[in-house]
Design a binder for this molecule. Structure first.
Ligand code: NI
Length: 192
């Protein structure tokens, strides 16, 4: 089932987010998948099928986008693609532990969840993080200054909260890039 189900998961998220466009899109899920596979390749052994599917499906039941309970979309996909119940539970557990707001200060309990959480957080910082923040802000009627505040409230904290050494390393340059951006923004907008 391995290769087939992962390929099908790409198609599934593409379709799912097409119907529910917004700041979260299929491209975000694909970037999280890529980050997660990169981290997984450098960290101690883990189940890469669980990592891949949890990464691709991690926002399939995001409450901001979908009116589902108990990972209904992810479970529907997995059950129609031959994942057994043990695999399904492991993937859903990882998905449940990824969310920043629901899990503030808690470290995920499995290596697969720690990797996917790091991968999702990496996509919230750096150049991609800056682009996503202003896209989301624009969509929700926020001023530039309100979006800037989001960096101080959340995004600048993320590099210190990575679980894996690989993600800490990857986060460093992204963090510095954001700091440089904020400094430049401040320079250009300060009142003399
Ligand atoms: Ni996400």
């Amino acid at each position: 089932m391995e290769g087939g189900i992962i390929k099908d998961a790409f198609d599934y998220v593409e379709e799912l987010f097409r119907a529910n466009s917004g700041g979260h899109d299929a491209a975000h899920s694909v970037r999280v998948y890529k980050n997660a596979m990169l981290i997984a390749s450098k960290e101690p052994p883990c189940d890469t099928t669980v990592v891949a599917l949890a990464a691709l499906l991690h926002d399939a039941d995001d409450h901001k986008l979908f009116n589902t309970e108990n990972n209904e979309n992810a479970r529907a996909f997995l059950s129609t693609h031959g994942a057994d119940s043990e695999m399904t539970e492991r993937i859903c557990k990882a998905i449940d532990q990824v969310s920043f707001s629901k899990n503030r200060g808690k470290t995920p309990s499995t290596p697969e969840a720690r990797i996917v959480q790091d991968a999702d957080r990496l996509d919230a910082i750096g150049a991609v993080g800056i682009a996503r923040t202003f896209a989301y802000g624009g969509e929700h009627g926020r001023s530039l200054e309100m979006s800037i505040q989001h960096f101080y409230d959340k995004l600048l904290l993320l590099s210190r909260e990575m679980n894996t050494d690989t993600a800490k390393e990857l986060a460093r340059s992204r963090h510095e890039y954001m700091e440089g951006f904020l400094k430049e923004f401040e320079n250009e907008t300060k009142e003399e």
